[in-house]
Design a protein around this ligand. Sequence first.
Ligand code: ARG
Length: 392
Amino acid sequence: MRKVVLAYSGGLDTSCIVSWLTQRSYDVVCFMADLGQGLGEGEDIQAIEERAYAAGASKVYIKDLQDEFVEDFILPALKAGAIYEGKYLLATALGRPLIAKYLVEIAHKEKAQAIAHGCTGKGNDQVRLEVTAGILDPKLEIIAPVRTWEFKSREEEIEYAQTHDIPIEVTKKKPYSIDRNIWGISIESGVLENLEQEPPEDAYLITKTPGGASTYPKYIEVSFEKGVPKKIDGKAYKLKTLIQHLNEVGGLYGVGRSDLVENRLVGIKSREIYEAPAATILHTAHKELESLVLDRELAHFKEIIALKYSELVYYGLWYSPLKEALDGFVQSTQRHVSGSIKLKLFKGNCVAVSRKSAHSLYKKELSTYGKEDKFDQKLAEGFIRIWGMPYR
Ligand code: ARG
């Protein structure tokens, strides 16, 4: 009997896949990663596990990978300043290589020949999972039933689940397709496919309506050590808890929403909205601190790297040689990224209002227009003559 490890979400698609593969004589092992998607919030984990067994799984792995996710995936992307197309903070994209890593690991442990997922043939996630698995073990076979199976609609899947005794909750069709983890939420489909329509408020899950969020602003200070966020308002947090805390606070002030038409890997343009309060706060603070401590040339060059880094993450090339090399570069830029940034959160905005660092390159005696001025203005004349000489 051939064995397959399936990336299981507990939803209708992947539950049908378990049964569908079992019927095709596969021994199906399910794997579910907890990346902070709120497992156990709506439905308890036990019910999800039972559903997998009822659908025919021979074994179910559920792993809490949140610490590894924040330390090894989110943190490097934060240091790199990785933001796709100026707006997407890459929550979904960063989670996929980690899921693929464990699919491969479990496949080896279980001596499985294949891995499977429930992605459609139109999205980025299929690419990310398969490319990553291919890098880590090119011999593993990959099965993507949703791309080929006979079901044409959700109703057909529900009917299939019912006839095969898979205990699914037959709720009304959810209005959106949602992917969530600790770094953010991606929301698409339904009315969002109409580009002329503003996203309805009910599409957002963790951020308050920015306009009504609060009458008063909230000030919050984030402290970094070598590019790593360590404290909020002087209090030390573990990275995971720090992010959870910022998601709550940011969400209350409507911070971290974005709405974009993005370029997918498969060439399609798609409209997706995102909520990422903690990621927005941390990227803003980190960038502000860098503008204090990095010299001009390094700061400008790092922006080019950030652009490339975001593409590599989006394209599923996390485990590529270029990404590894860029991590080396980024790490060396973080040596002096220590200090504190105070931000003002107000009606969806997040802006820096106060900055300090022991490594600050800002010298008031040089920039001031007051009488403490130490800058010798006479030197400017010679500098400009030589700088502009080629053009004159
Ligand atoms: N467009 C995002 C990406 O490619 C998110 C994809 C998943 N989105 C979703 N709503 N299920 O990373």
